[in-house]
Design a protein around this ligand. Structure first.
Ligand code: BG6
Ligand code: MG
Length: 269
């Protein structure tokens, strides 16, 4: 049963992806490395250092540590210059309303972001007070798809991973949620986030209780399909073919961890 919701920041609550893009593109330009929207997509949810490492690798370059530090600081200074213009109007469609109604419905709310700028940004756009707990890039070192940021969020909310729903816009973030054994709601397109349990364009008009009920029903349907598959395998006359049939079924039980480990491309979005 889902009792807590963990939100990514960039691209889920605030429209900062464009500012990260502009700052990385400016840096890549100075280093003579080609950087477009396809490359930027691969940096969503990825920490500052890991992003720099990827960009340098795309350009076939390496830099000594002091230069790495200098570029990370420069990129961040440019990024902060861009984001200071943000106000509460830059919170993504439906996000504030969703956070408020989720709180009213009794869900515990946490932030799970790779960003080291997360808290000042939430304060800047006026939604920091809607969180029961926050985990950001200052608290964990491993970058998504590592699940640490969400596991730490669940711990702070005093919940088990299978009681948590993650809302993410990045493929790396969906991976991290699944790896943590949580439910995963993707914001974006099913093509970009094929492993999410469900994908929506944004949170506009969404009711947290209905959304949670729908995700739990989808998980139960997957578990049911898995149980039927296992029963068919057991009743098959030929032991070897029964084994093959069983092996072809997704490993599903009623736990969210198993549901999460199963790609859900067959489910409607
Ligand atoms: C993630 C963004 O939320 O935070 C990434 O999707 C970004 O693009 C990462 O690199 C780290 O952010 P920051 O603010 O610490 O540089
Ligand atoms: Mg994001």
């Amino acid at each position: 049963m889902i009792r807590g919701i963990l939100f990514d920041l960039d691209g889920v609550l605030v429209d900062t992806a464009k500012f990260h893009f502009l700052a990385w593109q400016r840096m890549a330009g100075e280093l003579g490395i080609a950087f477009g929207h396809d490359e930027n997509e691969q940096l969503k949810g990825v920490s500052r250092r890991a992003s720099l490492e990827k960009i340098l690798a795309w350009g076939g370059q390496t830099l000594p540590e002091p230069e790495m530090e200098r570029w990370m600081a420069t990129k961040n200074a440019w990024y902060l210059e861009y984001v200071t213009t943000m106000t509460s109007a830059d919170v993504l469609p439906g996000a504030t309303e969703f956070l408020r109604s989720a709180r009213e419905a009794g869900y515990r709310i946490a932030l799970g972001s790779a960003s080291k700028n997360a808290l000042p940004l939430l304060e800047l756009v006026g939604i920091l007070n809607l969180f029961d707990a926050t985990v950001d890039g200052n608290d964990v070192t491993a970058s998504k798809p590592d699940p640490s940021v969400f596991l730490e969020g669940a711990r702070k909310l005093n919940l088990e991973p299978h009681e948590c729903l993650v809302v993410e816009d990045a493929a790396a973030g969906i991976e991290a949620a699944l790896c943590a054994g949580m439910f995963a709601l993707g914001l974006g397109t099913p093509e970009a986030l094929p492993k999410a349990h469900r994908v929506l364009p944004d949170l506009k008009g969404q009711d947290p209780r209905s959304l949670v009920a729908d995700l739990e029903a989808r998980a139960a349907a997957i578990a049911h399909a898995g149980a039927e598959g296992a029963a068919a395998a057991h009743s098959a006359a030929d032991g070897a073919s029964a084994e093959r049939l069983a092996a072809s079924q997704p490993a599903i039980t009623h736990s969210a961890a198993d549901v999460a480990a199963t790609p859900n491309t067959h489910l409607p979005s």
